[in-house]
Design a protein. Structure first.
Length: 136
């Protein structure tokens, strides 16, 4: 009986980068599609809307950081730049939607979210590194 054919496994980092890229694409598409719906206007009242921006863009920023494969300050820059790039596109989109307005303060909250994503990503990487060092 022939042995089953084994498919090569992707390295974990490569797989994480793929999932992170998909996360950026899906969250960006969700922002675009759901942001254009009438219910999106005033969905989260001020000042809680800034917290919603920061949390959403922390996810986007950290996903961009993982997808980039960069390390150290370059990854931090990727997190912030990725969050800002998608934030600018989101604000430009909102400028043309009825009932929505583009806002510099929203963009600032997006940038802070990107920074938060970078900090959380560094903390998770450090925790994983410490756990790996203890268990190997």
């Amino acid at each position: 009986m022939p042995s089953p054919v084994k498919t090569p496994r992707q390295p974990p980092l490569r797989s994480a980068r793929t999932w992170a890229t998909l996360t950026v694409i899906l969250v960006g598409a969700g922002l675009y599609a759901l942001g254009a719906q009438p219910f999106a206007a005033g969905l989260v009242p001020a000042p809680w809307d800034k917290l919603a921006h920061a949390v959403t863009f922390a996810l986007i920023g950290s996903a961009v950081g993982v997808a980039s494969g960069a390390r150290g300050w370059r990854r931090t820059a990727c997190c912030i730049a990725g969050a800002l790039a998608i934030g600018v596109l989101d604000e430009l989109h909102q400028a043309y939607l009825p009932g929505r307005i583009a806002s510099w303060s929203d963009l600032a909250a997006d940038a802070m979210g990107g920074l938060l994503g970078a900090v959380l990503l560094a903390a998770v990487q450090g925790a994983i590194g410490r756990w790996t060092a203890r268990h190997h």
